[in-house]
Design a binder for this molecule. Structure first.
Ligand code: FAQ
Length: 311
């Protein structure tokens, strides 16, 4: 072990944060760039299914809240792209990886939002799953990632509550609204359970990520915590989770659950989900249409630098 590596491992062991200028193993850098950029992509692609409902939100209050939520997701993407840049990769490179299909983003955003209740289900389940996964990331060993996650988690908690409140309102409404609520839960439940990633015995990055304290819990551990929380919360809504096998296990003090359709997960991750093509096209179009803004900003920055150099 070279001396720098010893210092690095010692910091990890003592829970001292690794900062961008510190020496780090090439694989640690690679693991972080992969996860953080994928996380950033998920935030900005995640704006699309919800953005679809801004013009159709059922009241001014709902519309204002949804606009704020979607805007928050853009902010999360920006913190995460910036944090990823501290590892020595440019934003252009990471965005290119998304557009070329080389980089992944969360499977969950490849499902359609068919009714207003889907906005509630995304808030409750998708943001709920995101919080479960991201609160431990506030203790990730890499400083910029951990710090970005603190603010992100605060905002996601608010999103989760607004989603739950949408569903609660629908669950106390007319028969048609109750039906809409249950239908959205039925469609979003299993994709949300899959968000935590493949099972631990099929998760190639798990071991290194846990060893280097990027991830603090494995995919299956977080999935189980999420299921246990939702199994209780769904009762408040007076709705059901679409899993006949879900049952409290007294010995293990958690809920047992049915089989996850991993074939569906793999299909979605490999680009064959219901909305993969649409999502990527929308991102590429937005990027192309925003080219003039980037050019103008670069020209303005260049002019400013030029004039300050001449002073
Ligand atoms: N979708 O070895 P592992 C949000 C890939 S929250 C697609 O287990 P790892 C907020 C994985 O990349 C959603 N791909 O990997 C919001 C790897 O592929 P690779 C985003 C997935 O990293 C809410 C391969 O499978 N959150 O956006 C998925 O140890 C509402 C093997 O997997 C984060 O990204 C998946 N679900 O564990 C926004 C959190 N799962 O790269 C709008 C940070 C796995 O080798 C509205 N990320 N893969 O080609 C993480 O915690 C981890 O990266 C995991 C995966 C847990 C996602």
């Amino acid at each position: 072990m070279i001396p720098e590596e010893k210092i690095f491992e010692d910091k990890i062991a003592r829970e001292v944060r690794i900062e961008p200028r510190d020496w780090m193993p090439a694989d640690y850098r690679k693991l972080l760039i992969r996860q953080m950029s994928q996380h950033a992509h998920s935030e900005i692609v995640g704006m699309l299914p919800e953005g679809n409902w801004i013009t159709r939100a059922p009241s001014l209050r709902r519309k204002a809240t949804l606009i704020a939520k979607v805007q928050d997701e853009a902010g999360h993407g920006l913190y995460l792209y910036s944090a990823t840049e501290t590892l020595g990769i440019t934003r252009e490179e990471t965005i290119d990886q998304l557009h070329s299909g080389k980089a992944k983003y969360s499977s969950i955003f490849n499902y359609p939002t068919l009714t207003w209740a889907d906005i509630g289900a995304i808030g409750w389940l998708v943001d709920g799953a995101a919080i479960m996964n991201q609160v431990p990331l506030c203790r990730a060993s890499f400083g910029p990632y951990a710090r970005a996650m603190v603010r992100i988690c605060k905002e996601e908690s608010f999103h989760q509550r607004q989603g739950f409140e949408i569903l609660l309102t629908l669950s106390r409404g007319s028969e048609a609204q109750k039906h809409m609520c249950q239908d959205a839960i039925n469609r979003w439940w299993w994709p949300s359970v899959m968000m935590f990633g493949p099972p631990d015995d099929a998760s190639p990055h798990n071991q290194k990520s846990m060893q280097w304290k990027i991830k603090r819990f494995s995919n299956d551990e977080l999935r189980q915590k999420f299921i246990d929380v939702c199994a209780e919360q769904v009762r408040v809504l007076g709705m059901k989770l679409p899993d006949d096998k879900m049952k409290w296990n007294e010995d293990e003090q958690h809920y047992d659950f049915g089989e996850i359709n991993w074939t569906e997960f793999r299909e979605v991750v490999n680009g064959n989900g219901p909305c993969n093509k649409e999502r990527l096209e929308a991102r590429k179009k937005a990027h192309a249409e925003g080219a003039w803004v980037r050019e103008a900003a670069a020209a303005y920055a260049g002019k400013k630098n030029h004039s300050s150099n001449n002073q």
